[in-house]
Design a protein around this ligand. Structure first.
Ligand code: AMP
Length: 361
């Protein structure tokens, strides 16, 4: 088991805000980061070194990997071939397996279900006939989701009645898909689990997540769920992390359906990386999700996930960021701006975490 001493370099595939916050956390521990991304992004401003290169340019990826001590990634759509090319040269943490599972909704659902963990009812859709028969079996309403490259509600069609069936597949350009039965949930939560190189795991408090226009709007801790539900959610997330042989922070998004539901917790999806619903940890915890991801991939002991305050993290999307002066003047709030120039609609520009005195254990 290799522990990277301070001064070592962590390679990060992806140059967005998650890479930026990872690089900032690494710097706190005396570790350097080298960012590799197909476009210059927010992480480039804060990293010791940055490279712009195509993810498909495997020779360039190998050169990048040769110059770093470990490679990690900050988005789940890193091509598996890219991660494999890096892995031939230096350790990649979390591994390629987590990417393979998270990139394909069908594989992801099958993987989680095979662990005996509840997921929404689903069917593989590759033709109009398979859609019609899945709609009859699962019932409507249901959601058609592309297997690959869907995020923030993109690549999804909600089917309320059979009249939508004829056009649904053309709306996703006939891409391979799954049909998912609707889950009647009370709230959405996520578990942020950190798994160390030795298999040790720790968990952050579970946030309650709300969405607006398909994009995460707020994450609040503590979520209004019982200690028993929280323990069960952690156990499920931990089982997934262990089955993936995971190293780093894994986010497991779940539907909470209420204590008396037949299945109180149903997994929606996993994100093999630090996650937007864990941004509050920077301001409300002893050690943030970003630092713990870095600690894990560098082979260090994991840091305390203890939460010292209640917190509500609100994303600043598009023009929200124009209120930065007012937001910066708020007491008891941590403001985080990603340094993006154009506040386009739907673009994550920053976030603010408002802290309150801790209400419960
Ligand atoms: P996803 O991209 O799969 O996370 O879906 C985006 C959002 O759609 C989720 O955060 C939920 O609010 C909602 N959603 C997705 N799948 C389902 C489902 N099977 N049942 C009910 N709501 C869902």
């Amino acid at each position: 088991m290799s522990v990277l001493p301070p001064g070592s370099t962590i390679g990060i595939l992806g140059g967005g805000q998650l890479g930026r916050m990872l690089a900032m956390a690494a710097a706190r521990l005396g570790l350097k980061c080298h960012i590799y991304s197909d476009t210059s992004g927010p992480a480039f401003d804060v990293a010791a070194k940055s490279t712009v290169g195509a993810y498909e340019d495997l020779a360039a990826v190998r050169r990048f990997a040769e110059g770093v001590d470990v490679v990690t990634y900050e988005f789940e759509n890193v091509p598996c071939e890219t991660a494999r090319a890096a892995e031939a040269v230096t350790p990649v943490r979390p591994g390629v397996k987590a990417l393979e599972v998270a990139q394909d909704r069908l594989v992801e659902k099958q993987f989680i279900a095979a662990l005996g963990i509840p997921v929404a009812p689903f069917a593989d859709i590759d033709s109009d006939a398979s859609l019609a028969s899945a709609a009859a079996t699962l019932g409507l309403p249901a959601i058609l989701k592309t297997r690959r490259l869907g995020y923030d509600g993109k690549g999804q069609v909600r089917l309320a009645s059979t009249t939508g069936l004829t056009t649904a597949r053309s709306e996703i350009h006939g891409a391979p898909a799954i049909l998912e039965g609707m889950v009647g949930f009370e709230i959405e939560i996520s578990v942020l689990v950190v798994r160390g190189i030795d298999g040790e795991m720790c968990f952050y408090d579970v946030p309650h997540n709300t969405h607006a226009h398909g994009i995460l709007d707020t994450s609040s801790v503590p979520a209004p769920i019982s200690a028993c539900a929280r323990a069960r959610a952690e156990e499920m997330a931990g089982r997934i992390a262990a089955a993936l042989g995971y190293v780093g922070v894994l986010a497991v998004e779940m539907f909470y359906c209420g204590e008396t539901a037949p299945e109180p917790l149903i997994i929606n999806e996993i994100a093999p990386r630090v996650h937007n619903s864990g941004h509050w940890t920077t301001d409300a915890c002893a050690v943030s999700q970003f630092e713990n991801h870095i600690r894990a991939v560098a082979g260090w002991p994991l840091g305390a996930t203890t939460r010292h305050s209640d917190a509500v993290m609100t994303n600043l999307i598009g023009a929200d960021v124009e209120a930065w002066q007012r937001l910066a003047a708020e007491p008891a709030a941590g403001l985080h701006l990603y340094g993006k120039h154009e506040p386009r609609p739907g673009r994550k520009m920053g976030h603010i975490t408002r802290l309150k005195t801790k209400s419960q254990g």
